[in-house]
Design a protein around this ligand. Sequence first.
Ligand code: GLU
Length: 267
Amino acid sequence: MRNISEKKRVVIKLGTSTLAHKTGKLNIRRMTNLVRVISDLHNAGREIIMVSSGAVGLGAGKLGLPEKPKQTNIKQAVAAIGQCELMHVYDDMFAKYSVTVAQILLTKAIIDNQSHCANFKTAVETLVGMGVIPIVNENDTIAIDELELEIGENDSLSALVAELSGADLLLILSDIDGLYTDDPRTNPDAEPIHVVEEITPEIERVAGGAGTSLGTGGMSTKINAAKIATEAGIDMVIMNGKDPEKLYDLFEDAEIGTIFKAKKLSN
Ligand code: GLU
């Protein structure tokens, strides 16, 4: 039996493949539906914190680039353009339901620095207390891979955010229904795995694979996120973000996606 219905503070991670078309332009129908359902969950009393990708993807889409830029300074610029677009869209869409959102941008250095990290926690707590939905992303304009300043993908970032914000559920919305015994895009016999009690080497093996042309994460980064979350005592669910109405079913404990069960913490 799942106990998702009891979860109060939920981090919801949206990947670029969920919120944008392959062109990098916004998936308006998907986003409209997602924002409506998330607003409703929020109105029902859940404390929602979002981690949203899309800065680089939407920036590339806005500039008409065919794929994510590889050159660092261009990526910095594209992320700055796309992050602005992303938050404009969220602000506008959530306003329809009178839900206020706020932007928080993180870097690895902020998370690694005790007092900066404490500032993040305070900000989240204050915003959630005000009934606001914080929307977190990595600060891709400042976090540079070559200088090892980058986390680089939002699956792991969302798990860190879940840990730092004291969430009791991390929900990763993806373009795949959950974890399978093999890659369902190439193997029609692949079977869904509904519950992962423990992340074994076998689970890591079946989770190999890459992401999309505009997003960054694949299933392996989701397993990394699951390790961070479950070790912090937080359940994690991966489900397909293509049909936002299914979120209602998830929160009524329907068997949707894959749940990675939290480790029992000793204290
Ligand atoms: N922070 C990146 C962005 O907003 C996304 C990283 C990822 O795709 O996981 O574009």
